[in-house]
Design a protein around this ligand. Sequence first.
Ligand code: SAH
Length: 222
Amino acid sequence: MAQDMAEEEDTPEERLARLVLSLRSQGVSDPAVLKAIEATPRDLFTPDLFKERAWEDSALPIACGQTISQPFIVGLMSQALKIEPRSRVLEIGTGSGYQTTILSRLARLVYTVERYRTLLSEAELRFKTLGLTNVVTRFGDGGEGWPEQAPFDRIMVTAAAPEEPKTLLAQLKPHGILVAPIGRGPVQSLRRYVGDGQGGFVVETLTDVRFVPLLEGVAREP
Ligand code: SAH
């Protein structure tokens, strides 16, 4: 039987299990991260047009010209952040809310900021549907962080910052960790900043990624 036909007959659970296996084979090994991905129905976050492709390991378009990240990158970034059950995490770029949901299953509290009102309200509905009680949302410019709630144990930026995000790094605890795509071009470097406890950071480059840019200000919508 053709492989494609077999896949079409698979249940969402089987497709999700296959996706998790594929992430594992690509190096996502943190059991808590894999469990969080396994517990999250990605088809809830993709537009109707792409529901069939929700279980593929690829980024997909969402409203407002933005994208839901590739599951492998979600897994990699979540793992790189070394979240602890007591962590308070700031996420910049709520988008569909898929990455937020994964974070909410790993951390104590997740603060998430989005510059499109439309995307944020759709994501809020999904958090409600899933019964998430530890996600706090904000409509605004995430480049400013969330000063009233700082400092954070962890920060994840899911849009490409043109350069080192100093404002966000300043909102991290002394031994906190920030993961962000850095660069101005279509391909950026995924970087991890680990606080050294004295105001400095150990910086590592993890891999190349393609994210939509981190833009200034809030989006104007019709
Ligand atoms: N984590 C998301 C990925 C969304 S794409 C997901 O899993 O679906 C990146 C998102 O960052 C977009 O929704 C974009 O609108 C948002 N974004 C870009 N610049 C921003 C800024 N300055 N403040 C807040 N959100 C921003």
